[in-house]
Each structure stands twice: as structure tokens, then as C-alpha cells.
Design a binder for this molecule. Structure first.
Ligand code: NBP
Length: 481
């Protein structure tokens, strides 16, 4: 194929995600021009996996733009941050009115807000799209969450929906639909990642309870997770966790999971979600606990020293093991419901703040396939929003009300046991505290307001009359006893 203006789309950045996305696009019959800053990467790709008639390697951005049909669509799959701004600055003068620049990276939503305004001001269209599913998703069908210039959606929709994962009884519903203006797509992807943090933390807590408290072997854990994956917890993360427990090191035949250092890393999307939740005053406690749990895990040297001096119980569960496994399953499911409820509440708060009209049913379906949090459970969420599009909190939907009611005795038992025997379960505890806090009409914040008014004259409202009040607390003090 020549570099005449013949390609359907251009892609910049041939690292893990870009390379696989390019192959996915080419496999659906679209022609694609590819470019990577380090030219040897482009050369290696077009000589190997990308050696296909409908893949065109370009050594300059000018070549890439020249290879595209109008209106041109250029997708960036590069490291989020300044690289995206640099590329936009270079591309903008090369493109024409109505062309589309797409950022597929994990970008901070506020960066996409700004870039959409700037790019639209220069006569071009801009998309910030969430792309989820890692390397395999990019190749075989990711979940795509596009937002930005609405006028660009019809231009990219055929390609995006062709390459996205498909779900539904006939396997023909694409996990890709328009999300909303400016940074809405990136926000939905960020919340997806935050929910992913919560899911992973909760699964790790279940693992630790079953391993440390119930003494299950890796083979037994694999069987438990295999069973769980056939019920209401059916999901990609439960499935891969099952597989992890079976993997043995080819050299030593030891279980790989037991050889992995217990220090977790993070790339930042969980932290962003927590920070933005705090900015809006929204209690997204699961993602925050999950981020903190990773931070605590990373303090390995301190934990090693502390383990020698700080005492605690022996972490052994003394009850019936089969019953405990089922109770842990129910605790995991109930905690997961609270976690997803928080994610959707944060989306609704962001939608209000940014004046987006988000379709929560559609978002649940976007996550139904292709992405890391894909799960059966998302269909129940979609049904809940289908029945009540303005649902205040997922926990209030009849299906989830019942699920929480049915599992809460086991949920409380597991958390009480974990506290008694000294197994850290911050995710389970945060989830239950959220549920208990949310379901009480009255909380002890009356005392908190009294304290604030005492030391800072911050005033308070009353339950018996309207208005704002202040008390001279020192004048009203009386001797105790
Ligand atoms: P990376 O995030 O590791 O970025 C590497 C790519 O960015 C290379 O192609 C590199 O070119 C290019 N790049 C950089 Br760095 N600075 C550049 C610049 N100033 N101008 C042009 N190109 C530049 O790649 P990735 O892991 O494939 O991820 C791509 C995006 O997708 C990221 O935003 C990531 O957060 C997001 N994402 C990743 C995953 C995943 O599972 N990895 C999943 C979902 C989303 P070079 O070869 O010349 O250095």
C-alpha cells in the first residue's frame, strides 16, 4: 500500500497497547497508518506482527497525516501527560478542519477537558477515550469509553464499535458507546480503574482469609475460586485469580504466587479517583482503602521490622472451614456491591459537577466485556439503572437490597472474625462501614458539629427548628458527676 491518502485511521505509539490495537484495527479490514517516536520500533513492527497489506509504517508525523483519508482520524496511544500535549501541538498544524485527534491513554479527565477546548478552538475535533482490557483486550476487543467532541463520534463509531469487545446473547452488542462531552470518557475509565482497585483488594482479602485463617492450599484455593466463578461472583478477576493459584514455576515447580514479593505497585488512576472523590465530598472509601493497602504493602522493610515487635492473635479461624468459605464468598459479594455503588455515586457527582448527561445503564454495559472488571454482575447493575435511571445509590435497587440483606450476617461474621484473629481486611471493613453509615437516618455527626462549634464557632443546624445556631459552650458547662 502506498502512502497516498488511503488509510482509514492513523495510530501513534507502538508500545504494548498501540501495537495490539493497530493489529485489532487491521484485523477488522480497516487500513491503518502507524508511527512511533523511536523509528526502529515502527520498523520492527511493520517487519513482523504488522507485516500486513493494510498496515502502513510511517517514519514521520507528516507521512502519517499524508497517509490518511479525510476527515483524518489520528489516535495517540502514548504515555499520558506531556507527551500528549507535545503531539497535539505538532499534529494540529498538519491537520485540517474537521479532522479528529484521539487520545486513548489513561489521561486525567481535566486534561481532556482542556485539550478538547483547545483542539476545538483550532477547528479540529478531539476525543479522549478510555481503553480497557490490557494487551489481550487491545488485540481481541477492548472496552472503549469515548468522550469529547460529539461531532467526532459518527466519524469514529464504525471503527471503534468494530474493534470493541462484543457481548449479549448473540455476541453482537459492542462494549463501546458514546459517553459524553470533554473528559467524560476518561472519567468513566478512571472510575473503571478505581473499581478494579477495589475488586482486586477485596479478592486479596478473601484469599488471605482463606489461606491464613482457614489454611487452604493453593490447589484448594483454585477449586474455591473455580466454584465462585460459576456463581454470582463470575468475573474475569475471579477467573484469573483461580488460574494464578495453579501456576507453578517451571524451574522449581513451586507455586509462582508464593514466590512473588508482597509489595504492590500502582500507576495512579486509583489515586486520581480518590483525590477527585475527596474534592467533591463523595465517600469513595473502597478505592481509597485499596490505594492505602497498596501503600502499606510497599512499606515492606518497615513491616518486617514491625512484625518482630508488634503482637497480635494467631490468624487461625477455629470454626467450620466449609461454612467459613461460604461466609467469605458472601462477604466478598456484599463488599463488591458497596464498592460498585460508590463508583456509580462518584460518576453521578462528577456528571452533576461537569454538566454531563451520563447513561449509567450504558456504562455498566460498556464494562460488561473486554475490560478488567467484566462480570455477570454488571448486567444486574444495567437492569437496576434500566428500571430506575436516576437511582441514587445502587444499594437501593431491589435486587441489591436483597443481596445485601441476604449476605450481611455472613459479611458481619467474617469481619468480626478477621478483627478477632488479626487478619487485615480494610476493604471488607470499609464496605460494611459504608453500608451501615448509609442506612442510618441518624449518625453521631451531631456531636461532631457540637465539637466544631465549641472550638471554632463553626455553628450548627438543629433538628427542632430551622436556622443556623451557635452556643457559648463555656457558659453552659457544668461540673461532671
Ligand atoms: P506507555 O504508556 O508505556 O508509553 C509508551 C509509548 O509512548 C511509546 O510508544 C513511546 O514512544 C511513546 N511516547 C512517549 Br513515552 N513519549 C512520547 C512523546 N513525547 N512523543 C511521542 N511518543 C511518545 O505505553 P502503553 O503501556 O502501550 O500505554 C499507552 C497508553 O494506554 C497509556 O496512557 C496507558 O496508561 C494506557 N493504557 C495502558 C494499558 C496497559 O495495560 N498497558 C491499559 C489501558 C490503557 P517511544 O517508543 O519512542 O519511547
Amino acid at each position: 500500500m502506498t502512502k497516498q491518502a488511503s488509510c482509514d485511521i492513523g495510530l501513534i505509539g507502538l508500545a504494548v497497547m498501540g501495537e495490539n490495537l493497530a493489529l485489532n484495527i487491521a484485523s477488522r479490514g480497516y487500513s491503518i497508518a502507524v508511527y512511533n517516536r523511536t523509528t526502529s520500533v515502527t520498523d520492527a513492527f511493520t517487519a513482523d506482527r504488522g507485516k500486513q497489506p493494510n498496515v502502513v509504517g510511517c517514519r514521520t508525523l507528516e507521512d502519517l497525516v499524508a497517509a490518511l483519508k479525510a476527515p483524518r482520524k489520528v489516535m495517540m496511544m502514548v504515555k499520558a501527560g506531556p507527551a500528549v500535549d507535545q503531539l497535539i501541538a505538532t499534529l494540529t498544524p498538519l491537520l485540517s478542519k474537521g479532522d479528529v485527534i484521539i487520545d486513548g491513554g489513561n489521561t486525567l479527565p481535566s486534561d481532556t477537558d482542556r485539550r478538547t477546548r483547545e483542539v476545538e478552538a483550532s477547528g479540529l475535533l478531539y476525543i479522549g477515550t478510555g481503553v480497557s482490557g490490557g494487551e489481550e483486550g487491545a488485540l481481541k476487543g477492548p472496552s472503549l469509553m469515548p468522550g469529547g467532541s460529539k461531532a467526532a463520534w459518527p466519524l469514529i463509531q464504525p471503527i471503534f464499535q468494530a474493534i470493541a469487545a462484543k457481548v449479549g446473547p448473540k455476541g453482537d452488542i459492542p462494549c463501546c458507546d458514546w459517553v459524553g462531552p470533554r473528559g467524560a470518557g476518561n472519567y468513566v475509565k478512571m472510575v473503571h480503574n478505581g473499581i478494579e482497585y477495589g475488586d482486586m483488594q477485596l479478592i486479596c482479602e478473601a484469599y488471605w482469609l482463606l489461606k491464613q485463617a482457614a489454611g487452604l492450599s493453593n490447589d484448594q484455593l483454585a477449586k474455591v475460586f473455580d466454584t465462585w466463578n460459576r456463581g454470582e461472583l463470575d468475573s474475569y478477576l475471579i477467573e484469573i485469580t483461580r488460574d494464578i493459584f495453579t501456576a507453578r514455576d517451571p524451574g522449581t515447580n513451586d507455586y509462582v504466587v508464593d514466590k512473588i514479593l508482597d509489595k504492590a505497585g500502582a500507576k495512579g488512576t486509583g489515586k486520581w479517583m480518590s483525590q477527585l472523590a475527596l474534592d467533591m465530598g463523595v465517600p469513595s472509601t473502597l478505592v481509597t482503602e485499596a490505594v492505602y493497602a497498596r501503600c502499606l504493602s510497599a512499606m515492606k522493610d518497615q513491616r518486617t521490622r514491625a512484625s518482630r515487635v508488634l503482637v497480635g492473635p494467631d490468624m487461625h479461624n477455629r470454626g467450620d472451614t466449609h461454612l467459613f468459605i461460604e461466609q467469605v464468598r458472601q462477604a466478598l459479594y456484599a463488599s463488591k456491591i458497596a464498592s460498585y455503588a460508590q463508583g456509580f455515586v462518584q460518576l453521578a457527582a462528577a456528571a452533576k459537577e461537569n454538566e454531563w448527561q451520563l447513561d449509567y445503564r450504558s456504562i455498566a454495559m460498556l464494562w460488561r466485556g473486554g475490560c478488567i472488571i467484566r462480570a455477570q454482575f454488571l448486567e444486574r447493575i444495567a437492569e437496576a439503572y434500566d428500571a430506575e435511571p436516576n437511582l441514587e445509590n445502587l444499594m437501593l435497587a431491589p435486587y441489591f437490597q436483597k443481596a445485601l440483606a441476604d449476605s450481611q450476617s455472613a459479611w458481619r461474621h467474617v469481619i468480626a472474625s478477621a478483627a478477632t484473629i488479626g487478619v487485615p481486611v480494610p476493604g471488607f471493613m470499609a464496605a460494611l462501614a459504608y453500608y451501615d453509615g448509609y442506612r442510618h437516618e441518624r449518625l453521631p455527626a451531631n456531636l461532631l458539629q457540637a465539637q466544631r462549634d465549641y472550638f471554632g464557632a463553626h455553628t450548627y443546624e438543629r433538628t427542632d427548628k430551622p436556622g443556623t445556631f451557635h452556643t457559648e459552650w463555656l457558659d453552659l458547662r457544668r461540673p461532671v458527676g
